[in-house]
Design a protein around this ligand. Structure first.
Ligand SMILES: NC(=O)c1ccc[n+]([C@@H]2O[C@H](COP(=O)([O-])OP(=O)(O)OC[C@H]3O[C@@H](n4cnc5c(N)ncnc54)[C@H](OP(=O)(O)O)[C@@H]3O)[C@@H](O)[C@H]2O)c1
Length: 324
């Protein structure tokens, strides 16, 4: 491979590889991790030309940010680091989430993230989730203060509605959104789709979280991966298999190529951030940036999303759904 193409996040944001690396699974959510292999995966990703790394203060209660610190120290000028604030965990149950958009919490969160990451400045700082009791203008106002203070370079939002994205962008330019397509396209905001491999489901590596994954795996809590929903959703992968066979590619590569090509379909920058802890998989995923699906193949895959059975989260109040 000859390196990965780059794209700008937002109108004034950083230039990043068109595929980033999700780092959450290196510390949390998907079962036991081999830390040495995860570290080697970070290095391999950078060698392949991946320059955009995604974490959050909520991933293993800050441990994921700490895990990234040595890598960032070594390669500071070559990587764009994104982290997030607002999500906390119930001390009795790490998978039970809390949301906090209080201004003082945001100010404390950025300082804590900078300390754990051992950085002077965060390249992209996202609001991870919105507390609907706090006006989005107020939250983005506090985030803009952090830009002025030199603690953060660019802003992003995750799980917001189109109207919220528009209101936020009027307060301060937003470089990236981890959801929301039409308004992002209109405002020149990049889409950074999270979990672009459907948390592994789209690769075919598991078909039923409750039967195949460990008791501490977050996916057992997600309705679309369990019980009858999982069986129904596994059947939806048939067209993905057909397209993969035609390209001599893996299912995951087709999923990544599909989401990447939504850039042309919707007229916006798209930078998926697949997560992996393994070198061979980061190589496989990065190679998907060179796959092009035909119009017929895109049309074959298009109906799948609308047929998915079951919610993304057990508690959809933690997403933008229902506020649209
Ligand atoms: N904004 C938000 O609310 C939000 C929510 C969730 C995630 N995120 C971000 O998005 C990133 C990516 O999402 P994600 O990790 O949840 O899900 P994902 O990227 O859709 O899938 C990750 C899962 O797929 C497996 N996998 C990766 N490459 C594979 C391959 N080529 N073949 C087979 N299996 C493969 C990984 O296992 P291995 O690690 O063992 O390879 C892992 O279990 C996260 O790391 C995080 O930074 C953001």
């Amino acid at each position: 491979m000859t390196g990965i193409a780059t794209a700008r996040l937002g109108t004034n944001g950083p230039e990043v590889s068109v595929q980033g690396l999700g780092c959450m699974g290196m510390s949390w959510a998907y079962g036991p991790t081999d830390a040495d292999e995860a570290r080697a995966t970070l290095e391999r990703a950078l060698e392949l030309g991946i320059t955009f790394y995604d974490t959050a203060d909520a991933y293993a209660a800050g441990e994921n940010e700490k895990f990234l610190a040595p890598f960032l120290r070594k390669h500071r000028d070559d990587v764009v680091l994104a982290t997030k604030f607002a999500l906390g965990a119930d001390p009795k149950d790490p998978f039970k989430r809390t949301i906090n958009n209080d201004p003082d919490h945001i100010r404390a969160s950025v300082d804590a993230s900078l300390r754990r990451l051992e950085l002077d400045v965060i390249d992209v700082y996202y609001m991870h989730r919105r507390d609907v009791a706090v006006p989005i203008e107020q939250t983005v106002g506090v985030m803009a203060e952090l830009v002025r203070a030199g603690k953060v370079r660019h802003l992003g939002l995750s799980e917001v509605t189109g109207a919220e994205l528009r209101a936020a962008h009027a307060v301060h330019p937003i470089a990236a959104g981890q959801s929301v397509v039409p308004v992002a396209a209109e405002l020149g905001i990049a889409l950074v789709p999270y979990s672009p491999l459907g948390r592994g489901f789209l690769t075919g590596s598991f078909t039923s979280a409750d039967k195949e994954l460990g008791s501490d795996d977050f996916r057992r809590r997600q309705p679309r991966f369990t019980g009858d929903n999982a069986a129904a959703n596994a059947a939806l992968l048939e067209p993905v298999r057909a397209v993969a066979a035609a390209h001599g590619a893996s299912l995951g590569q087709i999923a990544l190529a599909w989401v990447q090509q939504q850039a042309q379909v919707h007229g916006l920058t798209v930078v998926p951030i697949p997560g992996t802890r393994r070198r061979t998989r980061v190589e496989e995923n990065a190679a998907a940036t060179e796959l092009t699906l035909s119009a017929e193949e895109l049309a074959l895959l298009e109906p799948i999303a609308s047929k998915v059975a079951g919610d993304r989260y057990a508690d959809m109040a933690f997403t933008s759904a229902g506020r649209e």
